[in-house]
Design a protein around this ligand. Structure first.
Ligand SMILES: C[S@@+](CC[C@H](N)C(=O)[O-])C[C@H]1O[C@@H](n2cnc3c(N)ncnc32)[C@H](O)[C@@H]1O
Length: 238
């Protein structure tokens, strides 16, 4: 039984969060994810960042304040992101009951595991669908089952029992089955090991090849499951 909620956990970890992911593999993952977002149209139009944390997305991609809203359940994370990016809007709330009007965003993004902490994944998916505009896109990075044992997982580091859900690709696909063009990409498998023994450049190239060539074939082997898709104009809300 977990007696500590995601909100309590991230309130507690807020001050150390930005310092916690400093190994070469984390930089490689950042470079991959932020490039992928920009190259695949996930930074166009008005963006909702769910589980925005300390506002890390804005460290990497320049998004105008009018085009960005961050949502997070932890008031301490909201405080830090607001201090770092005072012109951007960060709102305290839960992803399974979002304080936004229907059809408000062109893109919904959730990076580095936030979606895994939802206490009601089905409801969160319906909320994503509700707040997306017709033809709007989503990119959600959930923890894969392998992530539970990852040494650098912040909750493992601080010996906190994780309340997160660690997903298999099929489970995620089922959750998002009402959307169009749904794809799953696994990110980071053997490249973490490679990054510990070889140069940064070699590990970065290996990470790219691993993701590109087998990430979509055997995503369950990977730490992260990146799911993308689109709300078709004809997708019904229910
Ligand atoms: C692993 S951190 C990821 C933060 C950020 N996306 C990043 O890339 O660094 C998870 C974040 O999700 C937030 N979170 C957890 N449950 C949430 C919920 N139900 N609704 C909104 N945010 C939530 C936590 O407070 C925390 O800031």
């Amino acid at each position: 039984m977990n007696d500590i909620t995601p909100k309590q956990i991230y309130n507690r970890l807020s001050k150390v969060y930005d310092r916690s992911y400093k190994e070469p593999i984390h930089k490689i993952e950042d470079e991959f994810v932020y490039k992928y977002l920009a190259e695949n149209g996930f930074t166009d139009g008005k963006i909702l960042d769910i589980g925005s944390g300390t506002g890390v997305l804005l460290n990497h991609i320049g998004i105008k304040p009018d085009n960005y809203v961050g949502l997070d359940i932890s008031e301490r994370m909201i405080e830090i992101s607001t201090e770092k990016f005072p012109n951007h809007e960060f709102i305290k709330g839960t992803m399974s009951n979002m304080p936004f009007d229907d059809e408000s965003f062109e893109c919904v993004i959730s990076l580095f595991g936030s979606f895994s902490y939802s206490l009601n994944h089905r409801k969160t998916v319906l909320e994503i669908k509700r707040v997306l505009k017709p033809n709007g896109k989503f990119l959600i990075m959930a923890y894969g089952t392998k992530y539970q044992k990852r040494e650098s997982y912040i909750l493992n580091h601080f010996k906190i029992n994780s309340p997160a859900k660690f997903f298999k690709g099929k489970e995620l696909k089922n959750l998002f089955q009402d959307f169009g063009n749904v794809k799953i990409l696994g990110m980071t498998w053997l490249s973490e090991l490679v990054s510990k023994h070889f140069s940064y450049t070699l590990a970065k190239n290996y990470h790219f090849l691993e993701t590109k060539f087998i990430g979509s074939i055997i995503p369950d082997k990977f730490y992260f499951q990146i799911i993308t898709g689109q709300k078709n104009a004809k997708t019904l809300l229910h």
